[in-house]
Design a protein. Structure first.
Length: 522
């Protein structure tokens, strides 16, 4: 196998497995890092594999290089999401409080570790008391009920007196008289506590706020960045409560910036209540939703930007895992691309197959390089790899939800088979669980939001594209898609989605028809 193909096989698929070369392998997404460097609380959205962990890890590195304190928390590792957080015997408030306490405890531990081991000049003697107060406020235990105490005292004494006479018979007679006096005393006090109430964890917001403010005053730059990754792994019913508690504890503190990475279809930041209005975080008000990675790198949105990004992605990842000879042989991303692929069209096909998801791109490249073996990667190699990765990494997910698989097959039949398109439109107000599942599984992709047409005034639509793996077998056949979707009666198709059209009626997909068909067949 060619050496460069072997290097492609070695690419790391997940950012958490590539901590050492994190900075070297990072590819900037234009304004993403500057936006996230804003010292305000924000939420970054993106499906699995879109680079959330890599971006936030890189942001952590940037912050620490600026001599400020940043703690990166993987919410999968906080406490025990499979234990007390899912225990139905506990109230939602107790589970949420425990999760908050565990999260604050993890922040405490991360800051303490940086104070002890980081090269930054932290004032340990000043920070340690603040951390102690922070921990106490985050883990206060109170008892609801009756506490009874029973005290008892026991004492004892022992006195011994002795007298002995020893007369020795020898050449020289002797007489020895010995007296002894020993006295001992002991006393035992015991206090027994009988609790007939229930111990409950309580986070004291006032004390926590005060200790956090004192802590931040002692940190470099008087700022603390709290970066929460894998938010969507928190049980869905707990998410709004934890969000609300964070909003009440950390958000109001000057100098604290909270960054949250979440999957849109797997998160619930807010629930409405009749008494307090809402519980949780209001996106756009309490925290800004500044970034949605799902729309950044799809080839059909901005081909040039997607092409440039993935070219640089491969170059940096392969360079970070290689020795100096790699840089000598492939000094630029363009040079590496020419060496990996047979032609520019093959690289474009590769970028299109990734559908804007970096992790999918790396997996497809690995399969394509393996298939190419001693040759450069060709278009047939890319298509075979795209088909294989769809079967391995995506199609298997659909087995867990047969009704979602049925909907996807229906969409493929309606859009590709009957319309010869690879994208469709649905109203922005449509909230469908199966569509969300297919989108989360990366077999549907959002290309554009809020599209309108002159002949449908007042209505807005989202543009969804069908995954490359769903139609790759049809390419170069008479059933191949002619474009994204049809925009008029003359069978004109668009290749790059826009915001406004003269007509898009033929591209709108009526999902209700699927449910009608399903009821009939069932």
């Amino acid at each position: 196998m060619r050496e460069v193909n072997i290097q492609a096989l070695k690419l790391t698929k997940r950012a958490e497995n590539n901590k050492i070369n994190l900075v070297e392998s990072f590819v900037d997404l234009g304004p993403v890092i500057p936006i996230l460097s804003n010292a305000e609380s924000q939420v970054i959205f993106g499906r699995r594999g879109t680079g959330k962990t890599h971006i936030l890890s890189y942001l952590t590195e940037v912050i620490e290089k600026n001599k400020e304190c940043a703690v990166f928390l993987d919410m999968r590792l906080i406490g025990s999401t499979g234990g007390i957080y899912s225990d139905p015997s506990l109230t939602i408030y107790e589970r949420a409080t425990r999760l908050l306490s565990d999260t604050l405890g993890a922040i405490h531990d991360a800051v303490l570790e940086k104070v002890i081991y980081n090269d930054v000049d932290y004032n340990l003697s000043a920070i340690a008391p603040c951390l102690d107060s922070f921990a106490e406020a985050a883990t206060e235990v109170v008892v609801e009920g009756i506490v009874e105490e029973e005290a008892s005292t026991q004492s004892s004494s022992d006195v011994k007196t002795g007298l002995s006479l020893d007369a020795g018979i020898s050449a020289t007679p002797s007489l020895k008289l010995t007296a002894s006096d020993a006295q001992s005393a002991s006393s035992t006090d015991a206090i027994k506590q009988k609790v007939t109430g229930k111990r409950r964890l309580r986070v004291h917001f006032g004390s926590l706020s005060q200790s956090a403010k004192k802590l931040i005053d002692q940190l470099p730059g008087k700022r603390l960045w709290v970066i929460l990754d894998e938010w969507s792994e928190i049980p869905l019913d707990l998410q709004p409560y934890l969000a609300d508690l964070l909003r009440r504890t950390l958000f109001p503190i000057p100098g604290v910036a909270v960054k949250i990475a979440a999957i849109a279809q797997r998160c619930n930041f807010r629930i409405n209540t009749e008494t307090s209005g809402y519980i949780g975080i209001e996106i756009g008000s309490d925290a800004a939703a500044s970034i949605n990675l799902d729309e950044y790198l799809v080839f059909d949105n901005e081909p040039q930007r997607a092409r440039k990004f993935f070219e640089e992605l491969l170059f940096r990842h392969m360079k970070s895992g290689s020795d100096d000879t790699f840089t000598t042989e492939y000094p630029t991303a363009a040079k590496l691309s020419l060496e990996l692929f047979t032609q520019a069209n093959a690289f474009d096909e590769y970028v299109r197959s990734a559908e804007g998801v970096p992790r999918d791109a790396i997996n497809i490249l690995s399969l394509a390089a393996q298939r190419a073996d001693e040759s450069k990667i060709s278009i047939p190699d890319v298509r075979a790899a795209g088909k294989s990765w769809y079967a391995r990494g995506k199609q298997s997910v659909l087995l867990s939800k047969p009704e979602a698989a049925d909907l996807l097959n229906w969409i493929i039949d309606e859009v590709i088979q009957h319309r010869q398109a690879k994208a469709f439109l649905v109203p922005v107000e449509l909230k469908d669980e199966l569509i969300d599942f297919l989108y989360d599984a990366r077999v549907l992709h959002i290309l554009r939001e809020g599209v309108s047409a002159q002949d449908i005034p007042g209505r807005r639509f989202d543009v969804f594209a069908i995954d490359y793996g769903c139609y790759v077998d049809l390419i170069n056949t008479h059933k191949a898609p002619k474009g994204l979707f049809q925009v008029d009666e003359e069978e004109n198709f668009v290749d790059v989605p826009q915001t406004d059209y003269r007509s898009i009626r033929r591209a709108i997909l009526n999902i209700d028809e699927f449910y009608k068909t399903r009821k009939t067949t069932v």
